[in-house]
Design a protein around this ligand. Structure first.
Ligand code: UDP
Length: 247
């Protein structure tokens, strides 16, 4: 795979890539069949990684770190660098389903609350009838039953594995098991299954275009206030400090 341009933010690389380039990268990765990991990063990821060395290692070692969070684009610009666009896991899941339908790839949907993964798979298959579902299962990111879960996914021989356990659990889970799983592309998708099924609603397009999806999330899911403050207050402060060489 050709080396991708990246921007280093708080000591971690975020790849400077568009949605179209991401899809081309995934096509190449599925063809090559070497297990690879994608993380859909946002400011909370980078802040969490400062306190969590394991998560830091996972992000540093990921094959592709997507800029899923407008705050990362702003932070890059502050450093005089450019991330071309936001590539959100919740958008990528639809483009992936479309691509999988076209190529006959086998998709595995792992995670979320009981019943949500099969419902997300079914909703995407309703839209792209050629989509092959290798499996859809809630499972759990914890150590109990881990071997059985890995074996279950491995046996289904997916080309692409979508893991919805939220960060950092999903990303650590993939890093821990990716070689044993042998799946060409595994990615953490956070709440994407919930959005596909309609368990949670995304912000309207115009709000997303204004870079205010996080504000919509605060409104709809006020229990996330702590996480959102981390993203919109602590993260910019950390970027400013790093820019002044205070970090
Ligand atoms: N989730 C899960 N098991 C867990 C914790 C979370 O399946 O132990 C699921 C949860 O149901 C949701 C997904 O992880 O579907 C992502 O959660 P969240 O929306 O917090 O992730 P984010 O998009 O903010 O990373």
């Amino acid at each position: 795979m050709p080396a991708l341009p990246s921007v280093t933010l708080l000591g971690l690389p975020v790849h400077a890539i568009t949605m179209a380039e991401t899809l081309a990268w995934i096509e190449a990765a599925v063809t090559q069949r070497v297990p690879r990991q994608i993380c859909t990063a946002n400011p909370e990821f980078l802040m969490a990684a400062r306190r969590d060395p394991e998560f830091h290692r996972v992000l540093a070692g990921a094959d592709l770190v997507l800029p899923d969070g407008v705050g990362l684009l702003w932070a890059a610009r502050y450093h005089g660098r450019r991330l071309p666009e936001r590539v959100a896991g919740s958008d990528l899941i639809y483009r992936l389903a479309e691509l999988a339908d076209r190529h006959g790839w086998r998709l595995y949907f792992l995670g979320a609350a009981e019943g949500v993964a099969p419902a997300a798979a079914a909703a995407l298959q309703a839209r792209w009838p050629g989509l092959v579902i290798a499996g859809a299962f809630a499972g759990s990111p914890g150590p109990a039953g881990e071997d059985a879960l890995v074996e279950r996914v491995r046996a289904a021989r997916p080309d692409v594995l979508l893991v919805a356990y939220g960060a950092p659990a999903q990303d650590k889970w993939i890093a821990r098991h990716k070689d044993r799983l042998g799946v060409p592309v595994s990615l953490g998708v956070g709440g994407a299954f919930d959005f596909v099924v309609g368990v949670a609603q995304r912000a309207p397009r115009w709000v997303q275009r204004l870079g205010l999806e996080w504000l919509h999330r605060l409104w709809r899911q006020p229990w996330r206030a702590g996480r959102i403050l981390t993203a919109v207050v602590a993260f910019p402060l950390a970027v400013l400090r790093a820019g002044r060489g205070q970090d």
